[in-house]
Write a protein that binds this ligand. Structure first.
Ligand code: SAM
Ligand code: FES
Length: 351
């Protein structure tokens, strides 16, 4: 029965809410192996054995938000705050470019110090220096106008995980001033403006059920994003969820496989959080259907300070070491880390 649902998903690229629930709740070893085999088939059809890499620059850990799960939430007084200067950000890009990165991801908390003007200036400077590179922003919820101006300044892609598509669950993970409606509207705006748009969710966030994961799949199907970043929830000791259980590798991998079958051309990262809870997590993610890795380009002096969750990996390594390490890891499982912008197949910015 479960195998039939996987067959149906592969043919139709969608299931009903009830079918998603049955599939997620009813998974076992046999169905997981069956799913991964199919996921690899689609991954190879569109991407061969190529894995794209994105150079992640964590440029500020100041944040005005107070998400209950996040280590850099504003109420964490113990977090040592930092901001990179424009020069430092450009220096990270320079290092990254030499190492073969052709996509940079600027990620940070929602930090008002970086005004619209400052952000536009950083975006256009990066694009001027590296016109052959794609630039991804991941700086949270903003107005339609702000997103539009950043797009016009040169940003190509935007990552904003919806975190959970089920509204009640969203409210359990966030303080009242953050709303699931606004988060989803931001994603629709980003798509409308023309960004290659990435959403995503945490797997195993406190109290999450198969019903809620089914909602995530329904929402993603409706949005038709270009990227979906998922990773296990990992507790952080200075947050209200310090004592909660983390998400599992097993369920995260299963969800990656389902996403590959639902949207075969998806850009799907094997995340650092997955590598944090399992030393071979990123390799397993690729073998479950993921096709992107996002090594860290931030200066090593600030790496530990961007601590979203406990025991985050790769906080001591230079960018070059990370690149080499991931090269080796991907080669070890028969994949190749490529120097490529890695756009969404068929994407046309002017469409
Ligand atoms: N401020 C931006 C935003 O809200 O999209 C980007 C930074 S935010 C820290 C990036 C992502 O980290 C979030 O979308 C969330 O899914 C993830 N994250 C935060 N805390 C986490 C935790 N404890 N475990 C796993 N992932 C976490
Ligand atoms: Fe950073 Fe392996 S990816 S050390």
């Amino acid at each position: 029965m479960i195998l039939e649902l996987i067959d149906k998903l592969e043919k139709q690229h969608q299931l009903t809410r009830e079918e998603w629930i049955r599939l997620i709740a009813g998974r076992d070893e046999e169905s997981t192996a069956y799913l991964f085999e199919k996921a690899r088939y689609w991954q190879h059809k569109y991407f061969g054995n190529q894995v794209y890499s994105r150079g992640l620059i964590e440029f500020t850990n100041y944040c005005k938000n107070d998400c209950y799960y996040c280590g850099i939430r504003r109420s964490n007084r113990k977090a040592e705050r930092y901001r990179l200067t424009k020069e430092q950000i450009l220096e990270c890009c320079k290092t990254g470019y030499t190492l073969g990165f052709r996509t940079f991801v600027l990620q940070g908390g929602e930090d008002g110090w970086f005004t619209q003007e400052k952000l536009e200036d950083i975006v256009s400077s990066i694009k001027e220096c590296y016109p052959d590179c794609a630039l991804t922003l991941s700086i949270g919820e903003r107005s339609f106008e702000s997103y539009k101006r950043l797009f016009e300044a040169g940003a190509d892609r935007y990552l904003l995980r919806h975190e959970t598509a089920e509204n009640n669950h969203y409210r359990k993970l966030h303080p009242p001033e953050l709303s699931p409606e606004n988060r989803k509207q931001c994603l629709r705006n980003l798509k409308e403006i023309g960004y290659q748009t990435g959403t995503g969710f945490m797997v195993g966030s406190p109290g999450q059920t198969p019903e809620q994961l089914a909602e995530d799949m329904m929402f993603i199907h409706e949005l038709q994003p270009h990227m979906v970043g998922i990773g296990p929830f990992v507790p952080h000791h200075e947050t209200p969820f310090a004592k909660e259980k983390g998400g599992t590798v097993e369920l995260t991998l299963f969800m990656i496989g389902l996403l590959r079958l639902m949207q075969p051309k998806l850009l799907l990262p094997s995340t650092t959080a997955l590598g944090t809870i399992d030393p071979l997590g990123r390799e397993k993610g690729i073998r479950a259907g993921a096709n992107v890795v996002m090594p860290n380009l931030s200066p090593t002096t600030v790496r530990k300070k961007y601590e979203l969750y406990d025991n985050k990996i790769c906080t001591g390594d230079e960018a070059a070491e990370c690149r080499m390490c991931l090269n080796r890891r991907m080669e070890g499982i028969g994949y190749e880390l490529v120097t490529d912008r890695g756009d969404y197949p068929d994407y046309n910015k002017n469409k």
